[in-house]
Design a protein around this ligand. Structure first.
Ligand code: ATP
Ligand code: MG
Length: 400
């Protein structure tokens, strides 16, 4: 391995003016978190670049993890040399040689951000190009579609060379935008919604409504596994598991069948909002997409959303199911989401939920029973798990 460090470019961050320090500090912390098991990596954070000094760590593993970190526009493994043209020539040759196979073409792409260095980028291109042509048999230049593109950047702190450029995840570093509570079901949509908010710098805590014995330990494990997948985009996630059985039963007894769905969603939102207050969150996030099912019409949202004035963020609202599925595949949650274990809502779903519920109606129905103590109890009995990459995954044995 020739490369001794990784150069990270921030992109969007650089446009954030005064907030830049906050962003860079957060990005550095997130990278440190994600790399904590990868050996002795040092991080040097500057205003518009960050360097990871690899020491003994494996670049391949770091590359995989780094591609998921929000707030990174692109990165390259690099070697650093002194600002001495002989040293640069030597490093350039070593790098191109290491990447060369017979028949390959190349191009030098030099940039000089340190204008005090006596050789400008044009001259650098030709000096290095000539050196490589002279020393590697059969190599040719192709400026349009080279097989090998050697990036050379002259900066105040040295000259950096690389033959690799990796696109980053973009977005903003997780946590810079504050915290929100994600209503996480076992379905396809809500993990994608969580991912999209994380991409905009939101720290996510997940809230899951669990209705034993109607829903099994497996269904709960599925949600844990989904939360675990999301940790690769922002580090550890708190998962709040709310015991929801009693409330669902009371709704069932109190509210007419075609309004139970509306009412169930209202209590989910109410409880999630209580958990938000206790944990310093600023918003709620759901995986709703307009028109997808009965509870996701605008009439439904109006009747459901009435229980709180807290912002409810719905990043998937205007997306098609196919687009959502595509993202779920990309982020690795799809195959967990499609496992067949029952969800607390599907079990109590009436045959024909109202697609256009009326707020006054649902309020009227709910007024026949005092749900308040049940809401309080659900919040009190909520179990909180700290999900990280190492969180144990249970294997279930099939009995039959
Ligand atoms: P998903 O694929 O996320 O389950 P969905 O298309 O199945 O979404 P619904 O079942 O109507 O839609 O749920 C709408 C949203 O309500 C979900 O995206 C999720 O944010 C929230 N939600 C539903 N069930 C639960 C649950 N058991 N625990 C937590 N949140 C839930
Ligand atoms: Mg669902």
């Amino acid at each position: 391995m020739i490369y001794d460090r990784v150069l990270i470019r921030y992109g969007e961050l650089s446009t954030k003016g005064r907030n830049r320090n906050v962003f860079v500090t957060k990005l550095k912390k997130n990278i440190k978190d994600i790399m904590k098991n990868e050996g002795n990596i040092q991080i040097q954070a500057g205003r518009d670049r960050m360097y990871l000094l690899l020491n003994d760590a494996s670049y391949e593993r770091i590359k995989e993890k780094l591609s998921n970190v929000f707030g990174i526009q692109s990165f390259s493994p690099v070697v650093r040399t002194e600002k001495n043209i002989e040293k640069v020539k030597e490093a350039a040759l070593t790098l191109v040689k290491a990447n060369f196979s017979p028949g390959n073409t190349f191009k030098i792409n030099a940039r000089r951000s340190d204008k005090t260095f006596e050789i400008d980028s044009q001259e650098m291109n030709s000096v290095l190009g000539a050196h490589i042509l002279k020393n590697i048999d059969g190599i040719k230049v192709d400026v349009k579609h080279p097989d090998i593109e050697l990036l050379v950047e002259v900066r105040k702190e040295g000259v950096f060379l690389s033959c690799e450029w990796v696109k980053g995840a973009g977005g903003l570093p997780a946590g810079v935008s504050g915290k929100a509570m994600l209503l996480l079901s076992g379905g396809i949509d809500s993990p994608v919604a969580g991912y999209m908010m994380m991409k905009r710098g939101v720290e996510i805590e997940a809230v899951h409504f669990f209705s034993p014995p109607y829903t099994s330990e497996r269904a709960k494990q599925k949600v844990i596994d989904l939360a675990k997948k999301l940790t690769s985009f922002g580090g550890t996630i708190k998962l709040h598991i709310v015991p929801f059985t009693e409330i669902q039963q009371k709704i069932h007894e109190t509210v007419p069948a075609n309004y139970t769905m509306t009412s169930t969603r209202r209590f989910m939102l109410t409880i999630a909002d209580e958990i938000r207050k206790k944990n310093g969150g600023l918003a709620l996030v759901t995986g709703e997409s307009l028109g997808q099912v009965a509870s996701q019409t605008m009439e439904s949202m109006l009747a459901i959303n009435d229980v709180t004035s807290t912002p409810v963020l719905r990043p998937l609202i205007a997306m098609d199911k196919l687009e959502i599925i595509e993202i779920s595949r990309k982020i690795g949650t799809h195959d967990i989401s499609i496992l067949p274990y029952e969800d607390c809502c599907t079990i109590f779903t009436p045959p024909s939920p109202k697609t256009k519920p009326k707020l006054e109606r649902v309020e009227h129905y709910e007024s026949f029973f005092d749900f308040e103590p049940y809401v309080r109890e659900a919040v009190e009995k909520t179990e909180t798990l700290l999900i990280s990459e190492e969180f144990e995954s249970k294997e279930f044995q099939d009995l039959f």
